[in-house]
Design a protein around this ligand. Structure first.
Ligand SMILES: Cc1cc2nc3c(=O)[nH]c(=O)nc-3n(C[C@H](O)[C@H](O)[C@H](O)COP(=O)(O)O)c2cc1C
Ligand code: SF4
Ligand code: FES
Length: 597
């Protein structure tokens, strides 16, 4: 790709697609095009513009990119730099249909997993398939996302992606078979899942929807934050940060405007909880975001949803639109005088975009690369303004805190970890799916609920996903709370629990984890960019029985590498990229490598 605007022309379809993005956003209250600041103001349209091109032509063509760059005033080299950071954008020969077939660890742990289900797309013209990292449908054991371009561009999920489903779906370009979830236990967060029509505002209102928002508005922002503090709500996105501190820091910041960001990027392999919340209870997320906006003094919220979740995105867009029409969003939320709107931004296949500051960059139309902290997002976040970024599950907890009060909420769970937690259970269990348990429940009980085999048939359980830790079948009596996980030397991360049976080929699993981090590292800092490559190389040498010198020096070098990555990487990706593999080595799961504890 050239670094200057070339002579390549956009097709009529590409021009129309780009113009549509430009004119829709031009009408939005946030972006005013024209004037000196217009180039900066147009930059946040880049991600949507790239999606428009990808969907129009099946690839980002030179002509299309030229047109987009001229329209937005963005140098082509920069736009190319942004587009190339996302795996759902292609620069190859345009194709009509691309099928992304999950090849990741939870699907590998399921019995009989066969990437692409033996499906061969040779019969269809202009069709290709790629192996994909986790698509967030791990409870089905196999999953695919079909992305079509042209006049009727679409994305849809096929799960389970068995041969029969793939053929139907790929041939007619229609929606795949309906997804059916496993029975879900119900407590707080999952109370409405499967009970009401997720597209109906009336249905949501009928089960007590918007009571929490009314309660929040009558309390006022300070008390909302106080109730969240009393509840001791900790973030569910992985870092367990106190939500009240975050909201308070934004609320009291004198710099304006303030922003709220709902992080629905959910790309940690094995995680699918936020998808289910968005697909089956979208109004709850709209209500929770509005409460967070009210508490933090934000007039605008962004929902950043991963590009691999087309059904969740559609549900959320519908909920935002209908809630706005009914006065639950907009210039005068429920007649309170509070103004709040939500914009949806679609990711495009980059795990690192889930890191909150990388996510801000992504929304701003820059490469999704994490920023150095400090400054923290509450000081300088999205567009350099005070920003509260929260995970979907974290936000949904705010609803019960508003209606029942922080004290009542805090009675569930443990002293340090209050409330309930969602767990995404997959792999060698008979009832994979999403489970909600009070904090402090035991891992063994969760496994029993999910139909795990006897411990004699389990080779290991992975907690926390690719950035997590493998646990031996002899150490499964773990308390599922933040402090319980810390005491056991594991992490709950985003609630991933993958059960691996005795038949598991761990050489393929650990290689997949190493390849995942190598692929997903944004490359910005050396310890991670180089370290993830070296980790994969060392692992290969170790498994092939050909270490440099001998086993012990190679392992010592690996430990040093891991330490350097933990200490010197800018963000959590590099800091956790060796964690699962180190634990696999400790447990003797890696073929040809026996390591002491
Ligand atoms: C590599 C990486 C990926 C992440 N992905 C996500 C994600 O997909 N969803 C999420 O909520 N948090 C993710 N996080 C954590 C966010 O940076 C941030 O801590 C979180 O969104 C804050 O929300 P919470 O306080 O409600 O947990 C990720 C962090 C890292 C380092
Ligand atoms: S640790 Fe890795 S992913 Fe994070 S900023 Fe550095 S290179 Fe990028
Ligand atoms: S969908 Fe395959 S690992 Fe998650």
């Amino acid at each position: 790709m050239d670094i200057r605007v070339s002579d390549d022309e956009a097709t009529a379809a590409e021009r129309t697609a780009v113009d549509r993005v430009y004119s829709v956003t031009h009408r939005s209250s946030h972006t005013s095009i024209g004037g000196v600041a217009s180039m900066l103001e147009r930059r946040p349209l880049l991600l949507d513009g790239l999606w428009a091109l990808q969907e129009a032509s099946g690839a980002i063509t030179r002509g299309g990119l030229n047109y987009l760059c001229i329209r937005l005033g963005v140098p082509p080299a920069e736009a190319y730099g942004v587009a190339s950071a996302y795996s759902l954008f292609s620069f190859d020969e345009p194709v009509e249909t691309v099928t992304h077939v999950c090849d990741d660890i939870a699907c590998r742990a399921s019995q009989g997993h066969d990437p692409a289900g033996g499906w061969q797309p040779t019969a269809q013209a202009r069709t290709v398939w790629h192996r994909s990292p986790c698509l967030g449908h791990c409870e089905f054991g196999t999953a695919a996302m079909v992305q079509t371009s042209g006049e009727h561009a679409s994305r849809h999920t096929v799960a389970p992606c068995i041969n029969e489903n793939m053929l139907t779906c790929a041939a007619d370009g229609g929606r795949g078979p309906a997804l059916s979830h496993q029975p879900l236990s119900e407590l707080r967060l999952l109370r409405r899942i499967g009970r009401i029509d997720p597209d109906s505002l009336q249905a949501y209102t009928g089960v007590g929807g918007w009571r929490a928002l009314r309660a929040a508005v009558s309390m006022g922002p300070e008390r909302v934050v106080e109730e969240i503090r009393t509840a001791k709500l900790l973030g569910r996105g992985g870092a367990a940060f106190p939500t009240a501190s975050k909201w308070d820091a934004v609320r009291s910041n004198t710099v304006h405007p303030h922003y709220l960001v709902c992080n629905a990027d959910e790309s940690e392999p094995g995680t699918f909880k936020d998808r289910i919340l968005m697909e089956d209870d979208p109004f709850a997320i709209v209500e929770a975001m509005t409460i967070a906006g009210f508490a933090t003094g934000s007039q605008r919220g962004y929902l950043y949803v991963r590009g691999e979740y087309p059904e969740a995105e559609a549900r959320m867009r519908n909920a935002i639109r209908t809630a706005g029409e009914a006065g639950f969003l907009g210039p005068n939320v429920i007649g309170s005088g509070f103004q709040f709107d939500i914009e949806v931004r679609r990711g495009a296949g980059a795990y690192i975009a889930g890191e909150e500051t990388a996510l801000f960059n992504s929304i701003e139309g820059k490469r999704p690369e994490p920023r150095n902290k400090p400054p923290f997002p509450t000081q300088s976040g999205l567009f350099g303004k005070p920003t509260a970024a929260n995970n979907v599950e974290t936000l949904v907890n705010a609803l019960d805190i508003m209606t029942d009060g922080g004290e009542a909420y805090g009675r569930v769970g443990t002293e340090q970890s209050t409330g309930t937690r969602l767990f995404c259970v997959s792999g060698r269990v008979t009832r994979p799916g999403l489970y909600e348990l009070p904090m402090g429940a035991r891992l063994l009980d969760l496994l029993a609920l999910a139909g795990s085999p006897e411990s004699g048939e389990i080779r290991a359980v992975l907690l926390g996903g690719a950035a997590g830790v493998f646990v031996s079948p002899h150490d499964l009596d773990i308390e599922l709370s933040f402090e319980g996980a810390r005491a056991a030397g594991v992490t709950l991360g985003s609630g991933v629990v993958i059960v691996f049976g005795m038949e598991t080929d761990f050489s393929s699993v650990v290689r997949r984890i190493a390849a995942f981090f190598r692929d997903e590292s944004c490359g910005q800092c050396v310890p991670c960019r180089v370290g993830t490559v070296r980790q994969e190389e060392m692992l290969t040498r170790l498994m092939e029985g050909s270490p440099i010198e001998s086993l012990q020096p190679e392992l010592a070098t690996y430990r040093e590498l891991s330490l350097a990555m933990k200490d010197a990487s800018i963000c959590g990706l590099g800091q956790t990229a060796t964690s699962a593999i180190e634990s696999a080595l400790r447990l003797g799961l890696v073929p040809n490598v026996a390591v002491g504890p």
